[in-house]
Write a protein that binds this ligand. Sequence first.
Ligand SMILES: Cc1cc2nc3c(=O)[nH]c(=O)nc-3n(C[C@H](O)[C@H](O)[C@H](O)COP(=O)(O)OP(=O)(O)OC[C@H]3O[C@@H](n4cnc5c(N)ncnc54)[C@H](O)[C@@H]3O)c2cc1C
Length: 216
Amino acid sequence: MLHKTPRTTPSRYANQRAHYDQEQIYAILDEALFCTVSYAEDNQPFSIPQSYIRVGDHIYLHGSVGSHFVRILSEGHPACISVMLADEIVVAKTAFHHSINYRSVVIFAKGEIVEDQELKYQAFKALTEKMVPDSWDYLKPMSKKEMDKTTAVRFALTEASAKMRQGAPGHEESEMDLPIWTGVISIKPIRQAPVPDEHGKKVPLPKHLLKSAKGS
Ligand SMILES: Cc1cc2nc3c(=O)[nH]c(=O)nc-3n(C[C@H](O)[C@H](O)[C@H](O)COP(=O)(O)OP(=O)(O)OC[C@H]3O[C@@H](n4cnc5c(N)ncnc54)[C@H](O)[C@@H]3O)c2cc1C
């Protein structure tokens, strides 16, 4: 269980929808592929979408050594990182009660450059395998030059909250008999079959992509 702090406590639904259980937080982080990292420089907020990977009790972001966000975050500026899985649109009898079923995480942390080459390598491997499962050993091995061109910054998962909404729409008792449809519409992302480019057409589809090819 993570320690709850004033800035990880929502003002709304704090008891019903906010969670600090590490397992729940990590499950969301492991399912989502992308995050938004936010930070301020000279009083100017920036909010940048990124890929990320969780390894142990850290999440790792990476970018070009020349990238603005990498430079700022690796200087240890405070960052706020958010991740969301939007599962369903909740359709109510009134526009007011429409909602979203979601699972999301907000993390507060300061970044540190990953100097340890083995840790950095393992983070790239884990990220690649998250994007394309079981693909690492199939690929041309990552070179030192490629590693050096990329900076990895990691953030400790010590101050974070999860928030979730699930279930049917809310309603007012007085509206229950109105003949208006209510329910949910799934908006969960689904992996489609891989589409080869000109070079991919010359090579058989590898085993690890067959699962995606079946649309699962
Ligand atoms: C896909 C999606 C759509 C949403 N649409 C809306 C919308 O249209 N309107 C709306 O009011 N809300 C929406 N929310 C919920 C929104 O993220 C906030 O939770 C909500 O605005 C209430 O914020 P608050 O004032 O209680 O939190 P604040 O008091 O502003 O937040 C304090 C702390 O609570 C925690 N916290 C707050 N929200 C979250 C969260 N979602 N996940 C994890 N930790 C959180 C964080 O640690 C944050 O620093 C949506 C969420 C998602 C994921």
